[in-house]
Design a protein around this ligand. Structure first.
Ligand code: FAD
Length: 507
């Protein structure tokens, strides 16, 4: 890296430290420690060291909840999709989105990008290359010194009185952690699993198909005929990667009569919706989110062009796959447009939300309330898919299917895409982080306070730190603690009418 960029990054890190020092109020760590004979007790364990988990950890540390730990099953630097299975060239979201910074300018993605590459590079930037976004998250984690254990895989959660027993697989063997609060920031599929339709699974040999979330050796597919099922951004990303790898052809098939063109996510990006979706009654939340999810997301224009520039690329609308079977070495796919023959299938059918699919909570998935348990949509507005979404509380916590059967659920916060119907966007999209993270953090901190309020009342009742230490008048008068004020500011700066950058920006 050039010397001036190194210097700029060092200056930025110094700015971050200064900003956090200026904002360090109230500074007192306050959560009373807990102990357990079997294992260390954390106030909060966050599962997932991606953008959502890291920002949540930072939010908690700012509230002086510092007995926390983030665990991630992936190796360091490979958290999330960005450098693992994401096959887009750039992020899909506009470059100026903020989120992980939690409102601190020196922590914003832009501040880091400008320090790393220069202000001109920012002006020239279209959208973030995905690897550079991962570099920003790696810097964010380091500069904030967030405690993360990589290659720690949470495999099971067991309630134990007011605590949660966490079974973790690590390279050094199984470990147990105890936690008062658990945040599941386990990714976009973190409330269910990636979905492979049954007419493919078990019919086509596993070596001949892959979901877009899986690792795919595209070099092995050179010269092959590829069938892609689905028209979301990931389906196009994989089609583009396959075409660039030299496959013979790509046929992308979608059920809809046309490719979605309008992106509801861009509509959502305003503070009213992002900040207050969760405040709405069930019927409104259902209607908004059903419409948004029914609209689906189009592939970004540049992603579509990435495929369309290849003559051996085709997409087929109103072309659902009716059945699939192996005939000889070919994969035969029946569609209303006839039978198509492929050598390999890329399945871009996204994920399903279903608690029972998650190993972490499978043991008690049957007591977790879903929308199906709490809400009956009006005739004509039903959705079997949405009905399986968890019915969350005001801070992303699971709720009980039947009151009193599983009080421990109030200590497990689902901060994944599964939260979307209850809470709007969470951390599982950059667009929703600004509001989702602060709502989650405030809820977790509230619950820790509420759980210990008697302790704090007792603590207050025996608080006896004198501030007035003497009622004697000292022999020599004390030095004033307020320095002599400088001469008054000139009118051009101090008067109400003085034009400031903000006033000029608003004009
Ligand atoms: C291909 C793709 C492209 C996307 N592009 C964009 C985009 O351009 N803009 C945008 O705003 N959003 C985008 N998203 C949506 C969203 O922003 C990302 O999914 C983002 O990664 C979500 O961040 P996260 O921290 O919630 O989850 P992740 O970044 O996925 O991190 C979750 C982490 O949890 C870990 N984990 C999961 N289960 C366990 C467990 N049991 N034990 C330990 N660790 C566990 C995983 O290893 C992973 O590292 C995209 C999503 C995908 C899949």
């Amino acid at each position: 890296m050039k010397q001036d960029r190194l210097a700029a990054l060092e200056a930025l890190e110094a700015q971050v430290a200064r900003d956090l020092a200026y904002l360090d109020y109230p500074a007192r760590p306050w959560v009373p420690p807990r102990a357990h004979p079997d294992a260390p007790v954390y106030d909060v364990v966050i599962v997932g060291g991606g953008q959502a988990g890291l920002a949540t950890a930072f939010g908690l540390l700012r509230e002086k909840v510092d007995n926390i730990l983030v665990v991630d099953r992936n190796p360091a630097g490979q958290e999330g999709p960005w450098t693992t299975f994401a096959r887009m060239v750039t992020l899909r979201t506009p470059k100026h989105l903020t989120g992980p910074d939690l409102g601190i300018p020196s922590l914003t993605p832009r501040a880091w990008f400008e320090a790393r590459f220069g202000e001109d590079a920012w002006m020239e930037l279209g959208k973030w290359p995905k690897e550079v976004w991962q570099d920003y998250l790696i810097w964010y984690r380091r500069v904030l010194d967030i405690p993360v254990r990589n290659e720690w895989d949470l495999v099971e959660v067991l309630p134990e009185g007011p605590l949660l027993r966490l079974a973790i697989d690590t390279p050094a063997g199984p470990r147990t952690l105890m936690a008062r609060k658990l945040v599941l920031a386990t990714g976009i599929d973190g409330a269910g699993r990636w979905h492979i339709p049954d007419f493919i699974r078990g019919v086509v040999p596993e070596s001949r198909y892959a979901h877009t979330s899986e690792s795919i050796d595209f070099n092995r597919l050179r010269g092959k005929r590829i069938g892609v099922l689905g028209a979301g951004a990931s389906a196009f990303d994989n089609a583009g990667t396959a075409l660039e790898a030299g496959v013979a052809s790509v046929d992308l098939c979608l059920r809809r009569a046309d490719i979605p063109r309008v992106n509801p996510y861009r509509w959502m990006e305003f503070s009213g919706f992002l900040g207050h979706f969760a405040a709405m009654p069930d019927i409104d939340r259902w209607r908004f989110m059903k419409h948004i999810l029914d609209m689906n997301q189009p592939p970004p224009q540049d992603t579509f062009h990435r495929c369309a520039r290849h003559p051996n690329f085709a997409f087929h609308t109103a072309c659902p796959w009716e059945w699939v079977r192996m005939e000889g070495d070919g994969i035969h796919v029946a569609t209303p447009k006839g039978v198509m023959i492929f050598d390999f299938l890329v399945v871009g059918t996204g994920f399903l939300v279903e608690a029972a699919y998650r190993p972490e909570v499978a043991a008690f998935a049957n007591v977790i309330a879903t929308w199906e348990d709490k809400f009956t949509p009006p005739p004509g507005e039903a959705s079997a898919v949405l009905a399986r979404y968890p019915y969350l509380g005001d801070a992303f916590q699971f709720t009980e299917r039947q009151a009193g059967t599983a009080p421990y659920l109030a200590n497990i916060h689902n901060f994944t895409f599964g939260a979307t119907l209850s809470m709007g966007l969470s951390g599982a999209s950059i667009s929703g982080m600004k509001y989702g993270v602060s709502r989650l953090v405030q809820g977790v901190v509230r619950d820790l306070w509420m759980a210990d309020r008697q302790h704090f009342l007792d603590d207050l009742r025996c608080y006896d730190q004198p501030e007035l230490v003497s009622t004697e008048w000292p022999a020599s008068p004390p030095i004033s603690s307020t320095p002599a004020m400088a001469a008054p500011l000139p009118a051009s700066i101090s008067s109400f009418s003085a034009s400031t950058p903000m006033a000029r920006a608003r004009r």
